[in-house]
Design a protein around this ligand. Sequence first.
Ligand code: HSE
Length: 295
Amino acid sequence: MIKIQIPATSANLGAGFDALGLALTYYNYVSMEESDTIDIKSLDNVDVPTDEKNLIYISAKDLFNVCGKNISGLKIRQTNNIPMARGMGSSSACIVAGLVGANELLGNPLTADDLVDLAAQIEGHPDNTAPALLGGIVTAVFDGKKVHWVKQEVYTKLKFVTIVPDFELKTEKARACLPTEVSHKDAVYNLSRAALFSSSLLTGKFENLRTAVHDKLHQPYRMALIPNAREVFDIAYNHGAYAAYISGAGPTIIAIVDEDNKYFSGKMKFSLDNAGLNGWQVNEYHIDNDGTKLI
Ligand code: HSE
């Protein structure tokens, strides 16, 4: 039985819609072995499909098909720490686990580039799948067939604080609310900030991050689907966050905070509770630079 560790991810990072993402030190675990039947179990109390509709199984089967191999079944055991439909890459973690596990079972016929491409084809965009596979902060352009990517390892004194509400927001719904066209001015607004984000993160110019996470492509529309998001942003900035943005398609909000701001999470939770927002969970993570690995 092989065991795989897959990181949670945070996509978009404000202005880098469908293009930027990073991996977090928060993990799902999947064990996998070949089997004549489909034998899937969740090892926690998270409800997952246990038949051929299971996303780990679907992704593993896709990889077998790409390699011209038949699959009769798989034994899969999954531990689902990353909450579903919260904008932290739970679907990508399943896709990546299926691909990495199947590739390992077949003796690793596909390269890292192949896996990045296949994962983006299954998910539709690369900004969660690529960092889940590679770790670090990933800049990725998907041309429909191939992902052109750069992974950069990040060693900073930043923590990424997830502020997770007690409700789900499905990506389909969070994409359906977006406009089909934007103005030239808004496009420039976003592309300049997306570029500013990675260069500021990597060079330590953290004072730029607040400007860099502003965007006009998705967050203004998604705010309406996340009750109390405005208050959460305000509280995070009041407690000294460098930046706060909607993680992926939401509804989780991530605050980027200096390590020296030791009591940020405690203050955040206290203020949220005081504002009657006690359904929001606050947790601290760092950037995972390794990506998915066998353990
Ligand atoms: N870039 C994607 C979005 C991430 O914002 O819809 C979620 O899969």
